[in-house]
Ligand binder design. Structure first.
Ligand SMILES: Cc1ncc(COP(=O)(O)O)c(C=O)c1O
Length: 460
């Protein structure tokens, strides 16, 4: 196609996108008759599309990533300076930003002592799974190889990460899966499996112990959990849950792998979500908010004990961690991550998350008082969800198309919100909010007003 765009006319770009790009999570039939979205620019909390329309972004880049907001020149400069000095060398060697970031990160994570670099959340989790499997071989004769994951949690897109996926619609049609992954029950109190009980958190944790006993404790190497379940419906852990989970892991010598891909860094008001609940993990994985999307980086962080087990027998050429991630050697990631961390500290963004998070919850609870359709509001810091139900008594979820109608109405008003989608059979009914850590009360008012209008428009 021969097109000569005028200055600022991006229709040719949109056309190239339509005919050339295969988008994530998208049914492309609709692009035969309508334009795909192309985002051109971002500044702070706002983005602009190819048609020049402005949106307030309440989901930090669609998938809770751009924690420090758009258009950060200091991060771009840090990355540029690093790239012209030294852009890449295989991760078997070190780099200045790699060393500096690992040390700075570990200062925020007492009890943990080693950082392994790669470049996506899925990959970071795969590294964790590989560590567990190799520890099983090196220490337990291959026996302690099973990895537990939780119903409704998500850990990534590869076949093995999908083997550890508690979201049936995410994993459907991509099997067969990797052996040795076993599901434990969810801990969403609003959807209690035990009726209306006072000790829901302890019961939900005890349900994990039941699975361990059923499978045989000597076969279980690790338990992998999100501190707050993200795409599975923004599920905050119930009272009493984490202390009991920790106790169970200790009792059966099971490593606790915490997936901080969404909660790290800063999303809940502490550097990591696990720090809200006094959890002592053995392995922590992180990606999205590490460099706020300015560069691709992920980290698998471990205790010294986990690390040490890979150097216990230097005479065995097979016993060290024989993993490689080519782009784990890119220096742009840690250079961006260092500046990202400096911004969070210098601008007191953790404090802002706590304050703004409380305000957002208050405003969402106000919406719940007004709209019967909201069955439950939950969240921690600037990570909130509102579950939509047809009837508060029966808790019957609204259909996914209805949830999407609310999202679409907000979009028309210029506010980008998220929702659980193609994740859980019949339960894609939670609106999700994860605005950047820099947001103000005025931003949150605009977001809540848009949702209020959308709920009125869709449900009356
Ligand atoms: C909790 C969690 N873990 C892991 C991942 C996978 O990260 P990535 O898409 O960078 O591979 C995601 C992505 O949404 C996630 O939400």
């Amino acid at each position: 196609m021969n097109m000569h765009p005028k200055e600022n006319d991006l229709s040719a770009v949109v056309e190239k996108d339509r005919v050339s790009v295969w988008h994530h999570l998208s049914q492309h039939k609709r692009y035969e008759n309508s334009d795909p979205t192309v985002i051109i620019e971002g500044k702070g909390m706002r983005i602009w599309n190819a048609q020049g329309k402005e949106f307030l972004d309440a989901v930090s880049g669609g998938v809770w990533t751009v924690n420090v907001g758009y258009g950060r020149e200091s991060i771009a400069n840090a990355v540029r300076d690093q790239l012209v000095k030294m852009n890449f060398f295989a991760g078997s060697a070190g780099s200045i930003p790699g060393a500096n970031y690992a040390a700075a990160l570990l200062e925020k994570m007492p009890g943990l002592s080693r950082v392994y670099y790669s470049n996506s959340g899925s990959e970071a989790n795969e590294k964790g799974f590989k560590m567990v499997r190799q520890i099983a071989h090196n220490k337990y004769g291959g026996k302690k190889y099973k990895i537990l994951y939780r119903d409704r949690d998500y850990h990534g897109t590869t076949i093995t990460c999908l083997s550890a996926c508690g979201q049936p619609e995410r994993k459907a049609q991509y099997g067969p899966y990797t052996d040795g992954f076993v599901e434990v029950p969810h801990c969403c109190e609003y959807r209690s499996q035990y009726g209306d009980v006072d000790d829901y958190g302890v019961r939900a944790a005890n349900a994990i112990e039941e699975v361990i006993l059923r499978e045989g404790p000597d076969t279980i190497g690790a338990l992998c959990l999100e501190p707050v379940t993200a795409g599975g419906g923004v599920i905050t852990p119930p009272e009493g849950y984490w202390p009991r989970v920790q106790e169970i892991c200790k009792k059966y010598d099971i490593l606790l792998h915490i997936d901080e891909v969404v909660c790290g860094l800063g999303r809940t008001g502490t550097w990591f979500g696990y720090q809200q609940y006094d959890i002592k993990p053995d392995i922590v994985t992180m990606a999205k908010g590490v460099a706020s999307g300015y560069a691709a980086i992920s980290c698998t962080v471990t205790t010294e004990e986990v690390f040490e087990s890979f150097k216990a027998d230097p005479d065995d050429p097979m016993s060290y961690f024989r993993d490689i991630s080519t782009f784990g050697g890119c220096t742009a990631g840690p250079a961006a991550a260092l500046e990202n961390m400096r911004i969070i500290e210098n601008e007191n963004l953790l404090e802002n998350v706590t304050e703004m998070g409380e305000y957002l919850m208050e405003r969402l609870n106000g919406l719940k008082d007004k709209h019967q359709i909201i069955g439950d509001v939950r969240g921690k810091g600037l990570f909130c969800g509102a579950e939509l139900v047809v009837d508060r008594e029966t808790k019957e979820p609204v259909h996914e198309s209805v949830t999407q109608a609310v999202v679409a109405n907000c979009l028309e008003q210029g506010v980008l919100i998220g929702a659980t989608n193609r994740s859980l059979d019949g339960l894609n009914n939670t609106l999700c909010l994860s605005p950047a850590l820099i947001c103000t009360k005025a931003d949150l008012d605009e977001i809540v007003t848009a949702i209020d209008n959308a709920l009125t428009a869709v449900f009356g």
